[in-house]
Ligand binder design. Structure first.
Ligand code: ADP
Length: 386
């Protein structure tokens, strides 16, 4: 497998460049805009939206295998191509239960994996407030907690996830849009964790060290690797990752987001069927980055070691905080001056509030979460205007 087609041309595809070079693989990208980050590193680009299956047919003619950096595709249309012999990795059946958050929760539950309590909001339920309230009442204890309303499809970076504190806001949200939703209990988590796992063509599974992720307004801000957790908990998470990837017969790499509850239980929040923000630290901190690992898996190569090369790594997202065309040279230079820092700038031409413009990873010579937190604060004080 020498020519890999990637559906999606954002930063996740862009960060595959080094791995591709190392493995001698060519990347051909399907993405709508010439300003998308991966256009600069791709051998060739098919300019089209990611859900344009006609464009994917053209992409398929140029590639040995097709993979995803964006899962918001039209599976039904792509399955025609798969039936004609186009090689998708992961195969489409491995994505099918995951693209709708309600189906994803049902799938995980059927596998016996721990998830928050949830239910789907269908139209009839919206018209029956008493029934709806009764379902909500059964969700969680104590009931003073808010509930979480999620769009079933196309949610990312917290878009489509709403923490709802009262009945009026719920009714307003449900009636003001035609989206399909699920409702779940609010998990008063002690921490959020994540793990990256890859599975090869031969069925070998490799998992990365479990990390702590920190979200603000539902968007990932920082990742600390490794998470300060017990060996037992790490082993439990490892089993969750293996169970999932083996059952789906994944060939490729997934990100798995988890909640750690105050009483020490782990619940799966979400599966990303591709490389994930919680694994960006691996570019600079691990023997094999998640991006190289994903390419290894989809190209049928043996997987690489996921081992950390440093006792601690901290990754901080550089999120847009204004609408601007600045390239933030001065802030980037100050951040680059931090010892053992590696800055990755995605080259987007416009900054918008919340947009992921780049990230920085700093390696630490000791196992020290407090120091990692302090470094993250320093980076954020340079990056965000006070
Ligand atoms: P997205 O797919 O947009 O990333 P997620 O479902 O992962 O959305 O939610 C984003 C963030 O919102 C989570 O990382 C967490 O901080 C918060 N969140 C989501 N679901 C819950 C929940 N059930 N309880 C508490 N917080 C939640």
């Amino acid at each position: 497998m020498k020519r890999v087609g990637i559906i999606g041309g954002g930063q996740l595809a862009w960060m595959m460049a080094d791995g591709a070079k190392k493995l001698g693989v060519e990347l051909i990208v399907q993405t709508p805009s010439q300003h998308d980050p991966a256009v600069n590193i791709a051998q060739e680009t098919v300019f089209a939206l990611v859900d344009d299956a006609k464009a994917t047919e053209i992409l398929a003619e140029k590639c040995d295998v097709i993979t995803f950096e964006n899962e918001f595709v039209n599976l039904e249309a792509l399955s025609v191509l798969e039936n004609q012999g186009v090689c998708f990795r992961p195969r489409l059946a491995a994505l099918a239960p995951l693209l709708d958050k309600y189906h994803q929760r049902c799938y995980l539950q059927a596998l016996g994996l721990p998830v928050p309590h949830f239910f789907a909001v269908d139209e009839s339920l919206i018209e029956q407030p008493t029934e709806l309230q009764s379902k909500i009442a059964h969700l969680s204890f104590p009931q003073k907690n808010p509930i979480v309303l999620k769009s079933r499809r196309h949610g990312y970076d917290g878009q489509g996830t709403f923490i709802i504190k009262d009945g009026d806001s719920l009714q307003q949200k449900l009636t003001s849009s035609s989206s399909h939703y699920l409702i779940e209990e609010f998990v008063p988590f002690e921490r959020e964790l994540a793990v990256i796992a890859a599975r090869s063509v031969d069925g070998e599974v490799v998992t990365y060290p479990v990390v702590e992720t920190q979200q603000e307004q539902q968007v990932c801000r920082r990742v600390i690797a490794p998470a300060e957790i017990t060996a037992n908990l790490a082993a439990e998470i490892d089993v969750i990752a293996r169970t999932l990837l083996n059952n789906l017969e994944v060939v490729g790499l997934f990100g798995i987001e988890l909640f750690l509850t105050p009483d020490g239980r782990v619940l799966v929040n979400e599966i990303a069927p591709r490389t994930h923000n919680s694994g960006h630290f691996s570019l600079d901190a691990c023997e094999t980055s998640q991006f190289e690992q994903h390419l290894r898996a989809v190209c049928g190569l043996p997987l690489g070691a996921p081992t950390l090369k440093t006792p601690t790594a901290v990754m901080v997202n550089l999120l847009g905080y204004e609408t601007s065309q600045s390239d933030y040279q001065s802030q980037r230079q100050q951040i680059a001056a931090i010892a053992q820092s590696y800055i990755h700038w995605y080259g987007k031409t416009e900054s918008r509030p919340g947009r992921k413009l780049g990230h920085v990873t700093v390696l630490l010579d000791t196992l020290n979460r407090d120091q990692a937190q302090a470094i993250a604060r320093t980076i954020e004080s340079i990056w965000y205007p006070s």
